[in-house]
Design a protein around this ligand. Structure first.
Ligand code: SF4
Length: 348
């Protein structure tokens, strides 16, 4: 997200961020408007993923070159006039493969992994381009679909002809691209895109809350948001609580972990969703955490054994018991390993 004059320019990263978290859009908008500093994070896992992503992309390019294609690489990073002009010239020449092509249409811009020439007429001539994206994920999810839809949309507007399909190259596939028909996802793409455009053009006075989600693991704002949750003593800090329980508790006037720890049990009201017992359980969890916080240590309590639950479901021990520990690593080699190692131990 970048403010040029009075316009907020947007990228695929902003679109994916918005899909995952509207609070992220709010924070990025504040950075673009100069109201907040952009956080700096160093994360070795993300760096490793970026490195592997670059290796995978390079592997795909080597594969293309080995197939006899000439590859035009657009230098630099980000979007500037030089990159846009060089990309445009390569497209007008009809180059077979354009790597890191700089695309811009209206307020949207980005660098496309690979643009491949197809023999469909466009305003460029008797040819046009379609996108190929290299991705580390083995399953193509909403994030990727949105990205390829955005790049294909920009491409279509630039060349004046629809980029009908886009392709995703995942690891462990011998670089065989998976085809996606862009029109199949057009409504979904338009919906998320206009939601983001509305969010930046007419920010509402009511702020969303940074509820923890999976995307937080890779988000540059995670320290900021974690700090806010702790400052607010937000109920998401209670281990094992879920979003619908937080919502229901808030409707009953419970707003913090400390308040939850003091909730009268048995529960004085009937939950709309879930059993009263599940609320009593998280109330107890909150109580232990708050007591631990006051004591300055991590406390725990053993739950009473209940027949048919937890470890009670295990069969009676026998001298011949064998334990297996299966571990996998999705990032090993090209295709990952579902089972990396097998340990066994005889229980005494
Ligand atoms: S850290 Fe999580 S809650 Fe905060 S902006 Fe990022 S994704 Fe949203």
């Amino acid at each position: 997200m970048q403010k040029i004059g009075t316009t907020i320019n947007l990228s695929a990263g902003d679109l994916v961020g918005h899909l995952n978290c509207h609070f992220l859009t709010e924070l990025d908008l504040k950075v673009a408007n100069g109201e907040l500093a952009k956080p700096k994070i160093w994360d070795p896992v993300l760096e490793t993923l970026a490195e592997r992503g670059a290796q995978h992309e390079q592997g795909f390019l080597d594969h293309i070159k080995a197939g006899g294609f000439t590859v035009t690489v657009i230098d630099g990073v980000g979007i500037d006039d030089a990159a846009l002009t060089t990309t445009r010239q390569a497209m007008e020449r009809g180059d077979a493969v354009i790597v890191q092509g700089a695309l811009q249409a209206g307020r949207w811009n980005g660098r496309a992994d690979v643009l491949r020439r197809v023999e469909t007429p466009s305003r460029l001539g008797s040819w046009s381009y379609e996108l190929t994206d290299t991705k580390l994920a083995r399953e193509t999810k909403g994030n990727t679909i949105l990205q390829i839809s955005l790049y294909s949309d920009m491409l279509s507007r630039i060349q004046g002809a629809d980029a009908v399909s886009a392709y995703v190259v995942a690891p462990g596939t011998n670089y065989v691209p998976e085809e996606y028909r862009i029109a199949d996802y057009a409504a979904y793409y338009r919906h998320v895109r206009s939601s983001l455009e509305r969010a930046v053009d007419t920010p509402t006075a009511v702020s969303t809350y940074p509820e923890p989600i999976q995307h937080c693991d890779i988000c540059r704002w995670r320290k900021h948001c974690d700090g806010k949750r702790r400052a607010d003593d937000h109920m998401s800090l209670v281990a094992g609580i879920n979003k619908s329980q937080i919502g229901e508790l808030e409707r009953h006037g419970v707003a913090t972990m400390a308040a939850l720890a003091e909730l009268p049990v048995p529960l004085q009201w009937r939950p709309d969703r879930g059993a009263a017992r599940s609320y009593e359980r998280i109330r107890e969890q909150a109580r232990i955490q708050v007591e631990g916080r006051i004591a300055g240590t991590i406390l725990y309590e053993s739950l009473p054994s209940e027949a048919g639950l937890g470890l009670c479901r295990l069969p009676e021990p026998s001298g011949g018991d064998i334990f297996f520990d299966y571990e996998g690593d999705p990032w090993v080699g090209d295709g990952g390993l579902e089972f990396l190692r097998r340990d066994s131990a005889v229980r005494r």
